[in-house]
Design a binder for this molecule. Structure first.
Ligand SMILES: [Zn+2]
Length: 322
């Protein structure tokens, strides 16, 4: 549904998916005579057609499009960028940590593989960790999803087209939300999804450091609690109106999970991979990177609270309660 308010119009582009995400959402925003695309779906005919249809139905021409902004560099938010910029040279804006990911920088991909190899070894993940590293090598060698064109780096607090860039790290190390203070709208990417929790995934930053993703995700949710909002445009699913209730529900869920991990560590399970198996059973194998991201995120959180400590035995970290 198109939303118009005092010279500003949002044209949501909503593409259904059978995945648990339900929809890929991206947005055309027309404001003060300029047209911005916020996020770009997956690289599929469905997303491309939905974009072209939204443009045509609303009598927007490709030459009217001034820029593309991505909330983060995940593949389901950047899909049709190259199709647009192929013969339409416009700037792409993204968080400064997105640049080497969007450009598929070879050195970065190489040390990302090494990072995960060392990380999974240090968490005691054995063969499953090695298998995951093989998958990463395969993905890097295919070199898909490289974004062509100029990318302009964004920093927290930057403003343009009446929107403020709000750094909201955690789901990814390059996540931003876009806030329109006057209208109290937030384009939230994957920071907030109405029907499901958003994961805080593990990634190295450009210097090879592991980002404390769950701690960051909690801080980002708390940051957004301080913003007055009437509507949150999410990267997936329905728009969110009761954002305070939703954020509070998500935070409670995280705190319960952190507490559960603390109980397991207190019961004597010290190795992160064993915590993953104990808590997630079969999902530990089927959803390995997500499970380990959650375990390590919770352990980071407990370390920050001084509730657990860790020591290295051989190559593997073991956690204990204080
Ligand atoms: Zn994402």
């Amino acid at each position: 549904m198109i939303i118009t308010e005092a010279g500003c119009t949002v044209y949501p582009i909503v593409v259904p998916t059978p995945r648990s995400l339900r929809t890929f959402n991206f947005y055309l925003l027309e404001e003060a005579g300029s047209l911005t695309l916020i996020d770009a779906g997956v690289n599929s005919e469905e997303c491309w057609t939905a974009f072209l249809t939204a443009m045509a139905v609303n009598r927007l021409a490709m030459k009217d499009l001034d820029r593309i902004i991505v909330t983060h560099s995940h593949q389901d938010h950047i899909g049709i960028i190259n199709r647009i910029t192929f013969d339409h040279d416009i700037p792409i804006y993204a968080h400064h940590e997105s640049l080497h990911r969007l450009k598929r920088d070879r050195d970065f991909l190489q040390f990302r593989i090494q990072f995960f190899g060392e990380l999974y070894e240090s968490l005691g993940c054995g063969d499953l960790g090695l298998q995951q590293v093989e998958k990463l090598k395969e993905a890097a060698s295919m070199n898909e999803h490289r974004i062509a064109g100029d990318i302009v780096p964004l920093y927290d607090g930057d403003t343009f087209a009446d929107m403020q860039v709000i750094e909201t790290l955690g789901h990814s190390p390059d996540h931003i939300a876009l806030y329109n203070r006057e209208r109290q709208w937030l384009f939230a990417g994957d920071l907030m999804i109405g029907h499901m929790s958003s994961s805080a995934l593990i990634e190295p930053d450009q210097f090879g450091r592991r980002t404390p993703s769950l701690i960051q995700h909690v801080a980002s949710l708390q940051k957004c609690l301080q913003l007055p909002m009437v509507k949150v445009f999410s990267g997936h699913g329905e728009p969110i109106y009761l954002y305070k209730e939703l954020i509070s529900k998500r935070l409670q869920h995280i705190y319960r999970r952190v507490n559960r991990i603390w109980q397991l560590v207190a019961s004597g399970i010290s190795m992160p991979s064993e915590l993953g198996m104990a808590l997630y059973k079969n999902l530990y194998i089927s959803d390995f990177p997500f499970v380990m991201a959650e375990i390590i995120g919770c352990l980071d959180y407990l370390e920050m609270q001084n509730k657990v400590g860790k020591k290295r035995i051989g190559q593997v970290w073991h956690y204990f309660v204080f």
